[in-house]
Design a protein around this ligand. Sequence first.
Ligand SMILES: [Zn+2]
Length: 142
Amino acid sequence: MKPNEGRLQTAEHILARTIEHNIPESKFIISTFKENSGKIEVYAKTDLRRIDLTKLQKQVNTVIQRNLKVKKYVVQRNEAETEFDLARLPFSVKEIRIVEIEGFDKTPCKDPHVENTSQIDHFEILKVKKVGKNSYRFDFKV
Ligand SMILES: [Zn+2]
């Protein structure tokens, strides 16, 4: 794992969940990572360039500062399907790894993450760009 990968990956889960919480019609699409920054793409009919980014950033930092435990465990696909949309995963995948930020979010994910949100430290949104019809990209760093 690269030095910042777990921090960026875990921050990404918190950011995606916070945006979906603020704007219920929005939906996380995909994320990509560089060494020190990350990008997520979000589907929304709302113009996400107009939302209050200072508030969003503060909400994410508040979750980070709650020192939440990040648990990882494997469940069988049929069990995971009752809770998550696994349509994008190939049928051959029978065991699903869940990343649970205790008391905040549960998401299927196979990438590395930190053990506790406090390890992420400070989170910052760099910019938001419209990248397609109803799709927006958030650049962030930790
Ligand atoms: Zn992840």
